[in-house]
Design a protein around this ligand. Structure first.
Ligand code: ZN
Length: 193
């Protein structure tokens, strides 16, 4: 079963998501929500999904970046972005610390801002502390594209959308993005900065 993706304008996307307690995390309802979030993000496919995007105001995100999602992108762009395969990550109550705040500028899209893209600055290296789906404490250092995805998803838990942080002149439809910008490297993106 796939979950309905809530779109910008729905209040749940602007609310601060609730922390998950250990007892709640072990409930059938939350474990099922996590399974359905994974099915939903894989179906689109997207590289990340936060619970508020499916109308559930909980601090839960799922992230996964597969090689096949990257197959149409030039190798030099993937290498510049530091974009690699990311195995499935379920992060509960994540807290991040910026390790290297140097902003990198690349395009992002969002399943809750369907049909658009924009350039968003994101810190290059972050540390994440969270629980996995079973409540085990985990600590991850995320760099480059992985760090970008995590920052985007954690913003959802705070009611923030990428459109709040984007470089305004770079906001564009998916149609224009596909035609002119989907392979843009940092040099080309500079014209928006
Ligand atoms: Zn999003």
């Amino acid at each position: 079963m796939l979950l309905k993706l809530f779109q910008a304008g729905e209040p749940v996307l602007r609310a601060k998501a609730k922390k998950v307690t250990k007892a709640n995390l072990n409930s059938v309802a939350i474990q099922q929500l996590i399974d359905l979030m994974i099915d939903t993000v894989r179906d689109y496919p997207g590289v990340g999904l936060a619970a508020p995007q499916v109308g559930e105001s909980f601090q839960i995100i799922v992230i996964e970046d597969k090689k096949k999602y990257q197959k149409d992108l030039p190798a030099n762009l993937l290498s510049e972005q530091g974009r690699k395969q990311i195995g499935l990550q379920v992060l509960v109550n994540p807290v991040i610390k910026i390790i290297d705040s140097e902003p990198l500028h690349y395009f992002e899209g969002c399943l809750s801002v369907a049909g658009y893209r924009a350039v968003v600055p994101r810190a290059r290296i972050i540390e994440i502390k969270a629980w996995d789906r079973h409540g085990k404490a985990i600590k991850i250092i995320a760099k480059d594209y992985f760090a970008r995805i995590v920052q985007h998803e954690i913003d959802h838990l705070n009611g923030t959308l990428y459109s709040d942080k984007m470089i305004k002149d770079s906001f564009m439809s998916n149609g224009v993005y596909s035609k002119k910008w989907s392979t843009a490297d940092s040099q080309k993106i500079k014209q928006f900065l």
